[in-house]
Design a protein around this ligand. Sequence first.
Ligand SMILES: Nc1ncnc2c1ncn2[C@@H]1O[C@H](COP(=O)(O)OP(=O)(O)OP(=O)(O)O)[C@@H](O)[C@H]1O
Ligand SMILES: [Mg+2]
Length: 295
Amino acid sequence: MSSKGVRISRGEYKAVAQRMKALQEQQKKIVERMGKIKYKIAIMSNKGGVGKSLVTASLAAALAVSGRRVGVLDADVHGPSIHKLLGLPTGLGMPGRPDGTILPVEVPPGVKVASLGLLLPEDDTPLIWRGPIKTSALRELLAYTDWGEIDYLLIDLPPGTGDEQLTIAQLIPKLTGFVLVTIPSELSKAIVVKGLGFARRLNVPVLGIIENMSYFRCNDGSIHYIFGKGAAEEIAKRYNIEFLGSIPIDPRIREANDKGKIFFLEYPDSEASKSFTKIAQRIIEIVEASAEVNK
Ligand SMILES: Nc1ncnc2c1ncn2[C@@H]1O[C@H](COP(=O)(O)OP(=O)(O)OP(=O)(O)O)[C@@H](O)[C@H]1O
Ligand SMILES: [Mg+2]
């Protein structure tokens, strides 16, 4: 570096200024779009494979069944799966308008879905993207998806506390909160607490924690705690957050997911679906009551 320091050319300055302007326009769009959605809730866990996507899909269906207008945004750029849990095939596409707006695909019982998984040609097509490109894809989904007027937007996050989580937490104004998901294992318990720390650092409320794969009930009624017992309740007590409920292991969940069926709708009388209904009701109580108070 010379003693005069680094200089950028007029052309470079213009390019940076144009990029900044485009980003500001995009952020304006995000604020506008998100302003039309009453509650924005992200489902998170630092641990992979604990059932975040199942929880997102099932809560979305449960909220829609209870009369709420619901959207689901897949923020799992590398492993989008929520479209399949909501019965949509990879590669289906999302309708677009000439002005560049993307329209989510609607599935019964009235859940709107936006996912990069709908845009990929095949399930095994990898997206080999570094952080900035992932962030930019998520920004575009947030800025250009027209959800219309909906009550709830549920966001399915990948595991961890990286680009996707930061993008969602920082770009969505007034994120209503995170819902944490864990399984009862000691390992998952230790890792999910990091998500709690992340939420607190970013000043996003934690609406509560759900324990998935809590137990398995045999046909004879006996209960088996395959992964351990009581982890979410313990975390809830220790960190002063709400324990929202537990979901049992049910092999039909995996079967329905693999077949592209919505488990919650296929087996409404299952213990798991009843639990999802209760959890959805509790989330409605928490967020809609506090919205009333803040009016
Ligand atoms: N309670 C359950 N009973 C039986 N199978 C389940 C249950 N919860 C989730 N599964 C199965 O476990 C697998 C992982 O679930 P899911 O994809 O929802 O987890 P995830 O946390 O979103 O994973 P990732 O971190 O990869 O995004 C899926 O095959 C799903 O069908
Ligand atoms: Mg997932």
